[in-house]
Design a protein around this ligand. Structure first.
Ligand code: SF4
Ligand code: SF4
Length: 109
């Protein structure tokens, strides 16, 4: 090997691995409970919810797009408990249950 040969190795020290564990929960509309009231459309901070036609009712139901950040706000604000937060593994996020129980205790619905 020549003495002036340089071997360069790339060590990606700052690469962030995106795995199922690091991905956040996302909002899912419970079609049987959603009344299409539109409250979540107004409270979602990134405007990723729209009301779409539905066979479930005449007022439509909410639909969450792929930009959902999992902030929980829609799930907390929905007066009909029509939103659940789903972890990447398909399980429900517990904090929402706590919020729902808190709302019931407050007589919110
Ligand atoms: S998910 Fe809840 S807040 Fe959103 S439109 Fe349906 S009932 Fe209203
Ligand atoms: S969890 Fe947050 S970002 Fe996702 S739909 Fe609900 S309010 Fe919007």
């Amino acid at each position: 090997m020549a003495t002036d040969e340089i071997i360069v190795t790339a060590e990606p020290t700052s690469l962030k691995r995106v795995t199922a564990k690091s991905k956040r929960a996302t909002a899912r509309i419970i079609t049987e409970l959603c009344t299409g009231c539109g409250i979540c459309v107004k409270t979602c901070p990134i405007n990723c919810i729209t009301i779409v036609d539905s066979e479930w009712n005449f007022t439509g139901i909410a639909k969450v797009d792929e930009h959902c950040t999992g902030c929980n706000i829609c799930a907390i604000d929905c007066p009909w408990t029509g939103v659940e937060m789903i972890n990447p593994d398909g399980s429900r996020k517990d904090e929402v249950e706590y919020e729902r129980q808190l709302k019931k205790l407050r007589g919110y619905h």
